[in-house]
Design a protein around this ligand. Structure first.
Ligand SMILES: Nc1ncnc2c1ncn2[C@@H]1O[C@H](COP(=O)(O)OP(=O)(O)OP(=O)(O)O)[C@@H](O)[C@H]1O
Ligand SMILES: [Mg+2]
Length: 414
């Protein structure tokens, strides 16, 4: 027991981690607002979940879609959009799969057969289809129509919601493809379907469809989410910040109180062979090192698990494990800083050089060599609103605690 084979920690994978922390407001948004409203035929915007690398965007929406799919909802697999590929093709292919699940592929209606063939050609040719002479309507209209049909099938089936999850949306660099896709999804979200209510009354309802887009904060700028383009207004954007220490502590509490069950395989399937415990001091040591970063939390946990073989994870093991993890932890933060435009990077470094009480826009701007404080204003605004890395209070504070620790202390090396 307690070998690398049975570690429940999963740094660097966007599967749903076994040791899950926080994100309760996002999970409750799905369970208490988005799903019930769309299911009841009420309009509710799509969701755009943005955040820096490793903030847990993919895991969050994968958890939501996994639960939904287990409960019988129709879900696209997580559609990761690789850079430089045509996202319209990907989405068309995924919708065809959901159509299959919805039983549309076997529908005898001619109209549906023709629609499926149109979407098949979109899946083959993608956004370029519209460039061919005489190719008919734009590809996105076929996607909207198919989504609408899937939504209708979900209404007929009863209490089913369809979820579309597009990941790494910042890779949709082509503006035409991006707007076709957002319009197709947005149009399906605003579509009103006439249905017969009890008593024979005709009423309009929204389709039971939910859309999640996840990716890096740059997407907000690319898609005009902050400038108010029509399709952007059909989505609600949230930026994931760090996890708070209480949630991280709570996630590790089962190790402290009842032990984490370790499963071994027997002839009859997996069976519990033992439990791994954690000293409270070890729990605290992991929380402190993670600085609220989901990825670093998994990393610290994994390294502590690997640092010994016994039934108890100790604070010394956390420390020993972290020494090995430090280069990776540093690379994680450095990667986030390196991706920033030079001014934003410089802004953070300047903030870090000042004592916490001195971090005002005036002081930061002066030190950066600006004539007026307002000249640094747009940079500060982007760092808060687009990236969620700082808080522009009085004084300014870091929101990304790992960046703060890295720039102002010897973390992750101590
Ligand atoms: N709520 C959570 N609690 C605990 N660990 C989490 C949580 N969310 C994500 N993680 C872990 O954090 C790491 C990063 O998660 P994920 O890949 O989902 O991030 P991401 O924001 O999609 O990153 P990227 O921008 O690189 O795609 C993974 O190891 C995952 O297991
Ligand atoms: Mg991801």
């Amino acid at each position: 027991m307690r070998s690398p084979l049975d570690s429940p920690f999963s740094p660097g994978s966007d599967t749903v981690p076994q040791v899950w922390a926080g994100r309760t407001s996002q999970l409750s948004d799905w369970r208490d607002v988005l799903r019930p409203r769309r299911s009841a035929g009420l309009y509710e915007r799509g969701r755009i979940v943005l955040g820096e690398a490793g903030s847990g965007k993919s895991s969050l929406v994968r958890r939501i879609t996994r639960e939904a799919s287990q409960a019988g909802d129709w879900v696209t697999p997580q559609l990761r959009i690789p850079s430089g590929t045509d996202p319209v093709k990907r989405v068309a292919a995924a919708l065809l799969e959901v159509a299959q699940q919805a039983g549309l592929a076997t529908a005898r209606e001619r109209r549906i057969g023709e629609l499926l063939r149109r979407v098949e050609s979109v899946a083959a040719s993608g956004v370029s289809l519209s460039l061919r002479p005489g190719s008919g309507p734009e590809p996105y209209t076929a996607l909207t129509e198919l989504l609408t049909e899937i939504g209708r099938a979900a209404i007929r089936r009863g209490d089913i919601v369809v979820i579309i999850h597009l990941d790494e949306v910042q890779n949709i660099g082509d503006e035409d493809a991006r707007s076709q896709l957002l319009i197709a999804l947005g149009d399906a979200l605003v579509h009103e379907e006439g249905v017969e209510a009890p008593g024979g009354l005709r009423v309009e309802r929204a389709l039971p469809i939910a859309v999640y887009l996840t990716g890096l904060p740059e997407f907000a700028v690319m898609a005009g989410a902050r400038t108010g383009a029509t399709f952007a207004r059909r989505f609600q954007t949230t930026t994931l910040g760090p996890l708070d220490d209480d949630s991280l502590r709570a996630a590790l509490q089962p190790f402290v109180t009842e032990g984490w069950p370790v499963l071994g395989a027997t002839g009859a399937g997996p069976a519990e062979v033992g439990r791994v415990f954690m000293e409270p001091a070890a729990q605290q040591a992991i929380v402190e090192r993670a600085c609220g970063e989901p990825f670093l939390f998994q990393l610290a946990g994994e390294r502590a698990w690997y640092a010994g073989g016994g039934q108890l994870i100790t604070a010394e093991q956390v420390q020993a494990g972290w020494r090995e993890a430090a280069p990776e932890a540093e690379a994680h933060v450095q990667r986030i800083l390196d991706r920033l435009p030079p001014r934003e990077h410089q802004f953070l470094e300047t903030m870090a050089e000042l004592a916490p009480g001195e971090r005002t826009l005036t002081m930061i701007a002066r030190r950066m060599g600006y004539d007026q404080a307002t000249d640094a204003g747009p940079t500060a605004q982007r760092l808060q609103l687009t990236r969620g890395l700082i808080h522009r209070g009085k004084p300014y504070r870091f929101h990304h605690r790992a960046i703060e620790a890295y720039l102002t202390s010897s973390w992750p090396w101590s």
